[in-house]
Design a protein around this ligand. Structure first.
Ligand code: ADP
Ligand code: MG
Length: 703
């Protein structure tokens, strides 16, 4: 079903001026397949066509300039990778160098000495000389300046597109053709009239016209605001509708009582007092599971905040009410650790627990499946193996998923199909997501947060060191090992190929081995391409302190618990994202000893990398780091949010457009409160629009 006119679904090759060849590149380079996709390719900025800067008045502070002049001369300079075409542009007040590194032959043929050009590009300096590299050029006729649009759009483009005359400026010509072909009724209004009035928004059609070819800065700003609001409002509405539907229609099993298992464990076997945050969260979970509708809850807690014990107590509640519970982890190592940890905690309790992973032997597996189906097994811990069809519970009441970001939505759905009445679902994540973001991304989930670490934790000291101080870093590790501690050395996955990554890791391993020779020291190594049993053996040797150093790639990232490890060295730390660095650091500081995280880098760092290292050294607070990560990278890249699909807005920015986000939330809530089924006339366009979207996005109503 379509909401917009069929013309917008036309393949892009049918737009005048495109054709099959250019269509191919548009598809490959910008994922523009249809007229609609082009329409949603929004400009980076606009330039005033009539404004031509004189070369004499160009200053270093101007980032982009538009100049006009004649080409005086052209030369090919340099060799190999330094080979470039340099042209001199003169306008009567000064001279400017234009430089090309690619497509030299083509440009040499097409640009004529003595011809006047309108030139647009980003300024740069080389040997103190102002240059434009790969500028956009068109033959200059005074009539051309001051064309139809006052503000001309400049679009995101790529080198390949530029080579086919589809640079950031030239794409505007296609957009112009497209917009001329569209009429008001092709882009019908989807927002209620009330909102257009309240915020003084232009119509949808008008907004598209003005965001591409604005008649003024103000018109542009209003079009932009409207389209941002629309994006956020529609997203909020969709989430709200899912949540409403779930609350209305999903039955849930009722855990009415807190019984013997829970109480017995709580009073006799709990190894420590719960933190207030743990108590609060547990209460939220208990209430949620007692009310006859399915729980769908996201539990966030920084690394080491103690989510596992909350999971265990919740599972005991299920057992108390005659149900089984499962705990699923993303890796075999993690599942095994959970199993071992929980078994130890439960060893004096009459609760039966088992581990099921891909490497569970056939006989053991058969036994587990039998007991599971008979209801003799209370708790099942495992990996993806839990999702397989033969795994049938007698009565699954609670499904817990640890480290949620490794599991997709579809996988969660498979879990709850394992019971007549869907089990309660608790999703635990250690990837801190800023609260605003979580509410936006997971607006359909209920949300709990453990915002307090267990008492007695010593903050981890984090420092940044350059590669050339590696010797000192190794000496420091020696001192820690002397004291009986252990250390991690983590290598990034950086190359395109696994083979290169492995070589990189091996080199690092040899390097470290040179500092820590056997038999005085022993080193474990773990990486993604290792056979699971070897990986497991190496892990276990480290867990048991048979090896003092663990050299690994990021497979170690989540969950591994070796409280005796006190040093985390992260190699090429500039290659990691903030949340990943934070996750890795969370592997130390788990015991009572003072722990350290050392971020090693080369000396060549981008500003953004510097920022990341700085924030890591400044704080241990996962939520502050997440906020910073969001600021630096934008929400689309934040781990754990990507597959929610709710954060990849084309225009809106959840941080910068907080005002519009709040407005959108408020207005969406208003609509859902007054007209939850969108039956009113004023919401009819909205309803049609949402229905059309639904078909396109294969929307799942699962958490
Ligand atoms: P995470 O939230 O990262 O999964 P864990 O559940 O693994 O954290 O807990 C980290 C460590 O803290 C474990 O060794 C656990 O036994 C301990 N722990 C959890 N809660 C408390 C508490 N309330 N008091 C003291 N130690 C706790
Ligand atoms: Mg955990």
């Amino acid at each position: 079903m379509n909401f917009d006119a069929p013309i917008l679904s036309s393949p892009i090759e049918y737009l005048k001026g495109v054709g099959p060849l250019r269509a191919d590149i548009l598809k490959k380079e910008l994922q523009i397949f249809t007229f609609r996709d082009l329409l949603d390719h929004f400009p980076l900025r606009h330039i005033d066509r009539t404004k031509i800067t004189q070369l004499a008045s160009v200053s270093p502070s101007m980032e982009y300039i538009q100049v006009a002049g004649t080409i005086q001369s052209m030369q090919v300079l340099g060799e190999n990778r330094g080979r470039r075409l340099v042209a001199q542009l003169k306008d009567g007040t000064g001279i400017l160098e234009l430089v090309w590194f690619q497509g030299i032959n083509w440009i040499q043929k097409n640009i004529q000495i003595g011809q006047a050009y309108l030139v647009y590009g980003k300024t740069g300096y080389f040997n103190g000389m102002l240059q434009l590299t790969h500028p956009e050029m068109e033959v200059y006729t005074p009539a051309k300046a001051g064309g139809k649009a006052f503000l001309e759009p400049i679009y995101p483009s790529t080198e390949k597109l530029k080579a086919k005359s589809l640079g950031g400026r030239q794409l505007g010509k296609l957009m112009f053709t497209l917009l001329e072909a569209l009429q008001e009724r092709d882009l019908p209004e989807n927002l209620p009239a009330r909102l257009l009035q309240e915020y003084q928004f232009p119509s949808r059609y008008e907004a598209y016209q003005q965001i591409h070819f604005p008649i003024s800065e103000l018109a542009y700003q209003r079009a932009l605001a409207r389209l941002k609001f629309e994006e956020l409002f529609i997203a909020q509405l969709r989430l709200g509708l899912i949540k409403l539907e779930r609350h209305r229609y999903s039955r849930g099993v009722i855990f009415s009582q807190v019984g013997e298992h829970f109480n017995n464990f709580y009073h006799n076997h709990l190894p420590f007092a719960l933190t207030n945050a743990q108590k609060r969260v547990l209460k939220e979970i208990r209430q949620d599971m007692a009310h006859g509708r399915q729980m769908n809850r996201l539990l966030q807690g920084d690394v080491g905040s103690g989510k596992t014990i909350v999971a265990l107590l919740s599972m005991l509640l299920a057992v108390d009410n005659g149900f089984q519970a499962s705990l699923m982890a993303p890796t075999e190592i993690l599942a095994t650790q959970h199993y071992q940890g929980l078994s130890a905690l439960l060893k004096e309790m009459p609760v039966k627990i088992a581990l099921l992973t891909g490497s569970t032997k056939a006989a053991a597996r058969k036994k587990i499946l039998k007991e599971l189906a008979a209801g003799d097994l209370h708790l099942l811990v495992g990996t993806h193996a839990l999702l397989e069809d033969p795994v049938q519970f007698r009565q699954l009441g609670l499904a817990i998923i640890d480290e949620q970001h490794r599991f997709g939505v579809a996988q969660r759905a498979r879990l709850w199909k394992k019971a007549n009445i869907p089990p309660h679902v608790l999703v635990m994540t250690a990837t801190p997501i800023p609260r605003t973001l979580a509410m936006t991304a997971y607006g359909d989930l209920d949300y709990s947060i453990i915002d307090e670490l267990p008492p007695g934790r010593q903050p981890i000291t984090t420092v940044h060191r350059f590669d050339y101080s590696r010797g000192q870093v190794m000496d420091f590790i020696k001192e820690e090992i002397q004291k009986g501690r252990q250390a991690y050395c983590i290598f990034p996955l950086i190359e395109e190929s696994e083979k290169l990554d492995l070589e990189n890791l091996m080199r690092g391993y040899e390097n470290i081995k040179a500092f820590f020779p056997e038999p005085k020291y022993w080193i474990s190594m773990v990486h993604g391409r290792m056979a699971p049993d070897i990986k497991e053996t190496n892990m276990q040797r480290f867990v048991q302190n048979d090896t003092q150093i663990m050299v690994a790639t990021t497979v170690i990232e989540v969950g591994v618990n070796v409280p005796n490890a006190s040093v985390m060295v992260i190699e090429s730390a500039e290659k990691f994202g903030l949340s990943q660095l934070h996750q890795l650091r969370g592997r130390v500081g788990r015991g009572s000893e003072k722990s350290f995280c050392i971020l090693l880098t080369g000396t060549q760092l981008t500003n953004e990398a510097r920022e990341r290292l700085k924030i890591m050294c400044a704080t241990n607070d996962g939520f502050r780091i997440a906020e910073k990560d969001l600021e630096l990278r934008g929400p689309g890249d934040i781990e754990g949010t990507r597959q929610s699909g709710m954060l990849n807005f084309k225009l809106a920015d959840l941080i910068k457009d907080k005002q519009w986000l709040d407005a959108a939330k408020y207005q969406a809530a208003q609509v859902l409160e007054t007209d939850p089924e969108l039956k009113r006339e004023e919401n009819s366009a909205l309803k049609l629009y949402l229905q059309a979207q639904k078909g396109k996005l294969a929307w799942s109503r699962i958490s």
